[in-house]
Every structure is written in C-alpha cells, then in structure tokens.
Design a protein around this ligand. Sequence first.
Ligand code: NDP
Length: 253
Amino acid sequence: MAKRLEGSVALVTGASSGIGEETARQLAAEGAAVALLARRKDRLETLAVEIHAAGSRALALPTDITHQDEAVAAVDRTLAEFGRLDILVNNAGVMLNANILHADTTEWERMIDLNLKGLLYVTHAALPYLLKAAEDSPRKVTDVVNLSSVAGRRARLSAGVYNATKFGVVALTESLRQEVTARHVRVSVVEPGVVSTELDSHMKAENRAASMKPFQGITALEPQDIAEIIVFIVTRHWRSAINEVMVRPTEQS
Ligand code: NDP
C-alpha cells in the first residue's frame, strides 16, 4: 500500500529532540522527505541517518531560526534538495517560566525571539513554496502546523511571558489561516499539556521546581502522542482542515 505522504516534503523545526524529533520520524515513516532544523547538528545527523536507514529521505540543516538569514537559508536548502515543500511544522520553542518581578529579562528575549519571531521567519520564508505546492500537489493541499500549548489558552502564575508567546501562536495561526486557507494551505495549531521532553530542563532550578510542581505525580504525554496528532492533521482529505487540537494528559487538571 502506498504511504500516505509519499512524494511530499516536510520541514520540521526543533527536530533535534522531543516532539519535533518524533514528528519528523513519523512523517518520514509515512513517506515524506523531511528537512530537520535545530541548532544541535549531531542530533539532527543521527536522526537523518536513522530515517535514511528506514527508507526515507532526510536532510539535517543545523539552523538557529531566531536569525532570519539562517531561517531563509534553511528553507532554500530544503527546496534545492527536495524541490518542493508541502508541510511545515513550526515546533521549536523554549519555556523559561519565572515571575515577572526580578525576572532575568534575557529569558523573555529568548522566548519571544524563538516562539514568535523564529516561527514567523520560517513561515514567511516557506509560505510562497507552500502556496505553490498546493497548486500542483496530488493531495490538493499543503499544511502549516504550529505548536502552541495549553499555555496558549490558559495563563498561569509564573508563566506570563511563555503564555504571551503561546497565546500569540494561537492568534497568528488563526490570522494566517484566514489569509491562505482558500488557496488550499491549511493552518493548524496543536496545544499540548505536559509532554515528557527536554522542555522544562532549560529553566533555572528554583523556577523549574515551582513551575513543574502542579504536574508532579501525573503521567505525562509522550512525544509520539503529539506526533500522531500532527500526522493525523496533515493526512486528512483536502476538504477537511483541522484548525485546532488541545490534548492534555488524562491526569492533568
Ligand atoms: P524540546 O526542548 O525537547 O525541543 C525544543 C526544540 O527546539 C529542540 O529541538 C531545540 O533544538 C529547538 N530549538 C531551541 N532553540 C532553537 C533555535 N534557536 N533554533 C532552532 N531550533 C531551536 O521541547 P518539546 O519537544 O517539548 O517542545 C516542542 C514544542 O512543543 C515547543 O514549541 C513547546 O513550547 C511545545 N510544547 C511542549 C510541551 C511540553 O510539555 N513538553 C507542552 C506544550 C507545548 P536545539 O537545542 O538543538 O536548537
């Protein structure tokens, strides 16, 4: 049986770990060629080797997407290598929770630069190609999937700036959806609850303990739970656009 994404090309940001890594793996398993973006070259190359060994094409593109020139170069390399772009997964993100009072404001810059501006740079560079591919795709549609969070729908103590970026991702998703959906580029947002990844490991120890306390003792989601949802979104019939999915661990209140 033909794989569902045979002939498609996907670009995944934040593919060196967690949700992005597993999403790239699952898209490749469905037959897509995948461009892998993140800063850690070794992790991307290891994943590319694994995907090649499983019979799909992959391109490791070490990229800091907070630099617009690097984001543009990575999209251009993807086109040069694979000739088209059908699926963009804007997954790279960072969460550095802390109270506003006495905050290290460089952490705000990191979240805004990556979660919002990085996502915008990649989207801006990719959109012309997604629009073009939508016109000649046998699937009759192309996809942008943005990773927001439950934190993009519900603010909580000490997460204000992360909340602001993830609420922003929800807003950007809906606005872009209205801009391009009639031209057959679907734009979706996925809003996970707690997923077991490296995400919380970048916080300062004292902030991490406070931030993760409400989730102690619950069984978190795994990256494959989110990757499966992303694959589901991009494999729907062209007439069906899944605009938004929120998914929490069952035990997360
Ligand atoms: P990880 O920390 O495992 O993954 C984050 C990814 O972003 C890594 O691949 C990292 O790679 C990449 N990244 C970081 N900085 C940059 C940069 N400047 N340029 C390019 N890539 C970068 O976390 P998750 O997999 O959990 O996070 C993925 C997304 O899911 C994020 O947007 C997050 O906000 C969202 N999310 C996560 C939840 C969770 O509980 N885990 C819950 C809800 C949403 P590298 O360091 O190599 O650059």
